[in-house]
Structures are given as C-alpha cells and as structure tokens.
Ligand binder design. Structure first.
Ligand SMILES: [Zn+2]
Length: 219
C-alpha cells in the first residue's frame, strides 16, 4: 500500500519543492529556470540609477522588453505572485549597490490599486514587490496611500490623457507618515510617469519628501 503510494508522494513533493518555471515550464531553480533567468537578467540595466535625476528621479532595475515583459504579465495577470519576491529582491540588491545619496531612513510606498481591481486581481503587484524590497533593505513599508477613484488602465490612453486620468485618484488615509519622512515610491513598470507624478504631488501636499520612484522596468 505504502510502496505504491511512494512514487506519487515523491512526485507531489518534487512538485512542491521544485516548481516549474512560470515562463517555459522547465524545472525552476529559484522561481525561474536558469535559461529564463539569464534571459531576464540580460534586460537588466547596467546602471539602474541612470535616470536618477530631475524633479522625480527614477531608479529602474531593467528594460521593459522580452522576458521581463513576459514575466511581469505572468505575475500580474496569471497570478504568479512568487515572481514578485524575486523581483523585489533584485530591485533591493541593486538599490543597495547603487543607492543614490538619501540622508534619512527610507519609507517605501507602493502605488496602490483601486479596491475593485484589488478584489478582482487578489493582490497589488507593487505592494508585493515593495514588501520584498523592504525585507532586504530594512526600509519601512507604508500602506496609507489609497487609490480612491477607479481609473482606466494607463496603457489604453494617449500620453496627454494619462495625467488627467490619474489626477485626484490618490488620497492619504490614516497616515502615520512624519512630515519629514523620506519616501521612495515603488511600482512594477514606469512608462510616462503620469501615475507616480500624481502620487508624488499628493504626498508633497502633505509635506512628505518624495525622493523618487523605483520600478522593475521602464520602457
Ligand atoms: Zn524558464
């Protein structure tokens, strides 16, 4: 009885211990298989701090193309949440390596989803990335920013319509942020920056110092 169950049990254990790569279904090493991980890391920016300048500086781990694009879609739309952990860790490691000079202790705020989208997706990808980022860096996670107005997905809109779409969509609720906090925003993708600019202006209207935004990938 036990002998006949053993192979089945082993298979189940193997499945549990070594899940398949969400991109190609080969055996995964750490979330991705070696092959896909290499493909993704080929899209990594040599200098993630190259856009760290201007009014709202950007820190981007990689370029939004190829395997990064595919894996972010898997993560967001197919619910492969574990991808967020590895991306959060990679973002944190590269943040620690290239940290732009920031004087005070950092608070991290993920770009929130509207409650309706959160309910249908079941998670906020930016929050998962931010959690993992904070675990590695020791930064403080703050979830007091909320998206109080539902918005159309930015990629469906023209560049000029994007700013209007997100204007007034964000509110700080029950915030424990100190007025002198230094905040880093975290999102998965940065395109025109309309969403993060809207968030930064809400926070800055509460005298919060927003030092910039960190993302997995930028176009
Ligand atoms: Zn793979």
């Amino acid at each position: 009885m036990f002998n006949s169950l053993q192979p089945l049990l082993n298979r189940a254990l193997n499945l549990f211990l070594k899940p398949n790569c969400p991109l190609c279904n080969r055996t995964a090493e750490h979330i991705f298989c070696r092959y896909c991980q290499r493909q993704i890391q080929d899209c990594q920016l040599a200098r993630p701090d190259r856009y760290w300048q201007g009014d709202l500086p950007l820190f981007a781990w990689g370029k939004y193309q190829g395997s990064i694009k595919q894996s972010i879609a898997k993560f967001k739309y197919d619910g492969h949440r574990s991808i967020s952990n590895v991306y959060g860790e990679w973002l944190a490691e590269s943040w620690q390596k290239f940290t732009p000079p920031i004087p005070t202790k950092l608070t991290v705020i993920p770009i929130p989803l509207h409650a309706e989208k959160m309910a249908s997706r079941g998670f906020n990808q930016a929050e998962l990335i931010a959690r993992s980022f904070c675990q590695v860096t020791g930064a403080k996670l703050d979830l007091s920013l909320q998206r109080t107005r539902s918005t159309i997905a930015q990629f469906k809109l023209s560049k000029s319509a994007r700013q209007e779409n997100v204007a007034g969509a964000f509110t700080l609720i029950n915030s424990h942020l100190q007025p002198d906090s230094t905040v880093l925003l975290i999102d998965d993708i940065y395109t025109t920056g309309a969403t993060v600019r809207s968030v930064a202006s809400v926070l800055r209207s509460h005298q919060v110092n927003v030092c910039g935004v960190a993302v997995i990938a930028t176009g």
